[in-house]
Design a protein around this ligand. Structure first.
Ligand code: HEC
Length: 117
């Protein structure tokens, strides 16, 4: 019984923890995005980005991202997902290169972006 419990705890610490079953969107954002997105110096503000027109804040965007917005694109969850998977693939010529390759991390970050008002 005790051995089983110890083994279970070990298994959890070895396998469950590194996999981070539920990524924390706020933590990921602070680690990977905040540097450029906490003010308008390095990147556009992401407050209210969910549902906003692509390239829709006062930031000095690349022509690539502006063209997306002018063509009618808005930041839906699906649009954010494609963008964050590979910004240069979404809009060749974009000025942001930070990608989030892991699906669950992207989902957590997109959920957190919705809380930024
Ligand atoms: C090294 C700086 C940098 C980092 C790190 C960074 N970004 Fe960006 N981001 C930018 C820049 C610059 C732009 C504007 C790109 C353009 O104009 O082509 C941008 C644009 C965006 C946009 C489009 C905003 C709009 O108004 O249309 C979103 C959404 C975004 N970033 C999300 C993120 C997320 C989420 C992360 C973290 C995973 C992140 N960024 C990390 C610099 C950065």
């Amino acid at each position: 019984m005790f051995r089983t419990a110890v083994f279970a705890a070990l298994a959890l610490s070895l396998f469950a923890v590194p996999a981070l079953a539920q990524p924390d969107g706020e933590q990921l954002f602070n680690q990977q995005c905040g540097l450029c997105h906490n003010d308008e110096t390095m990147g556009p503000t992401l407050a209210g980005v969910s549902g906003r027109k692509v390239g829709g804040s006062g930031f000095d965007y690349s022509p690539a991202l502006k063209a997306k917005g002018e063509a009618g694109a808005t930041w839906t969850d699906a649009e954010l997902d494609i963008f964050l998977k590979g910004p240069p693939a979404y809009a060749p010529g974009v000025k942001m290169f930070m990608a989030v390759p892991q699906d669950d991390n992207r989902a957590a970050i997109i959920a957190y972006l919705k809380t930024l008002k």
